[in-house]
Design a protein around this ligand. Structure first.
Ligand code: PLP
Length: 440
């Protein structure tokens, strides 16, 4: 929210009362906290006895702490969530930011703003994560797949321009691996037709695009703080941002049409249908917790250091691969573009090598470098077939998507890796490619 007032839940802000009604039904007790500590801080292999002894002293210390403390009085949507949102707005340089359960919830809010539904079309890149298109399918609108630029595996604006129709309502470019798509070209296409652009910036918190924070160039951006991302909000979390005036309705979008930060006399009736671009819509419940916000605030302090390590590792890999024919390295930062280096995009020149990336992946696996199948052409998913999408016909309209997926690209991890691991991975890539070139 842009306003600076606390996000507290007014229903329980009753002040002193003879018989109060607390926001929290059952407070957390020492044993709950110890269970969490034991979950988050695990014993090292073979150190069980030492762990138990130290855990007992932590438990005793916690009990002592309780003697001079009281429990937290707010666990969901309180001042910590507000603080996180204020810091995120400052960091990103945007007007409105709303902390949510995940990035997918942010996609839902932005696409509800665009009032998508049956008869509408939403353009997404051929290769991304399933959640980029899920709400579009739920809404009954049609997903249209734009081909990708092989150099980044991001949406190709030229193909977006070819695929825009009178039915198009929104475009969803994705910052795959943290590297920005060609946002200027995409925004130009959108502005000419008054389309809503939602950046799937799940990987891109902390990146930059031409003087602006990654994810803030579009009408909406949504970031993920799921555990696998560069920083996380205790396992799950998302942040949707906008500069549109519509951002004033983010609190209602997050919680069922009610703004829990406003002291409203007759709140039982102050549940609104949120005004979207073309008409009202019904909001869902995407509320996030104070503890998640607290975790993310802490991790945000380390974000730049994390990105710096990731960038150094990507630079190392690019340098190692620069002399090897058959390996195509990803673009690195420029003055205008700063990636978050969530993933390292590695491509093999399958024509030069004479074999494709599937063979490469097997060779890497045999060397103990784990390949996680993250991203694939979404139109190949059974989900799309079940809904009547013609996979083969769509594939024909996405030649680069087919080419890079079938023959060229994989992603490598960048963090947390030891120097030994990153060097081993670089050696494994080079050896695998050399073997392939030798026809092995
Ligand atoms: C490209 C992309 N978009 C969206 C998401 C969804 O993020 P969340 O799990 O926070 O909804 C992910 C998660 O991995 C992703 O990789």
């Amino acid at each position: 929210m842009a306003q600076d007032e606390p996000a507290g839940d007014f229903r329980y802000d009753t002040g002193e009362a003879r018989v109060p009604w607390a926001a929290i039904g059952e407070h957390l007790a020492n044993e709950d906290l110890m269970r969490m500590i034991r979950f988050l801080v695990r014993p090292e292999a073979g150190k069980d006895a030492e762990y138990e002894a130290r855990a007992a002293s932590v438990e005793a210390a916690l009990a002592e702490l309780w003697e001079v403390s009281g429990p937290a009085t707010k666990l969901s949507l309180g001042d910590t969530v507000s603080k996180l949102e204020a810091e995120a707005r400052e960091f990103l340089g945007c007007k409105y930011a709303c902390f949510l359960t995940n990035a997918t919830a942010g996609f839902e809010i932005a696409l509800k703003y665009a009032n998508i539904g049956p008869g509408d079309e939403v353009i997404v890149p051929g290769i991304t994560f399933i959640s980029t298109m899920t709400y579009t399918l739920q809404s009954g609108a049609k997903v249209v797949f734009a081909d990708v630029d092989p150099n980044t595996v991001n949406m190709d604006p030229a193909d977006v321009a070819r695929k825009v129709t009178d039915k198009t309502k929104a475009i969803v470019p994705v910052y795959i691996g943290g590297y920005p798509p060609d946002m200027d070209a995409i925004m130009q296409i959108a502005e000419a037709r008054d389309l809503v652009v939602l950046a799937d910036a799940a990987h891109a918190f902390g990146g930059r695009y031409k003087g602006k924070a990654a994810g803030t160039v579009a009408h909406f951006g949504s970031y993920s703080f799921h555990e696998v991302k560069n920083i996380n909000a205790l396992g799950e979390g998302g942040l949707v941002v906008t500069d549109l005036d519509f951002g004033q309705y983010f609190p209602q979008c997050r919680f069922l049409g009610v703004d829990m930060s406003k002291q409203i006399k007759n709140w039982l009736y102050d549940v609104i249908a949120v005004p979207g671009k073309y008409g009202p819509f019904v909001a869902g419940n995407h509320s996030s917790t104070e503890i998640q916000a607290l975790c993310l605030l802490g991790q945000m302090e380390r974000l730049q250091a994390v990105i710096d390590v990731r960038r150094a590792n990507a630079e190392y890999l690019n340098e190692r691969f620069s002399e090897v024919e058959g390996i195509i390295t990803p673009p690195l930062d420029t003055d205008e573009i700063k990636s978050t280096y969530h993933l390292y995009l590695l491509r093999v020149d399958h024509e030069l090598i004479g074999q494709d990336v599937q063979v490469f992946k097997q060779k890497m696996e045999a060397r103990g470098v784990v390949q996680i199948p993250h991203f694939a052409p979404l139109y190949k998913y059974q989900l799309c077939r079940d809904l009547g999408y013609d996979t083969d016909a769509i594939a024909e309209t996405c030649p680069n998507t087919e080419m890079v997926f079938n023959h060229q690209f994989t992603h490598l991890p960048l963090y947390p890796l030891t120097q030994e691991q990153i060097e081993y991975m670089a050696d494994a890539v080079i050896e695998s490619v050399e073997e392939m070139k030798a026809g092995k």
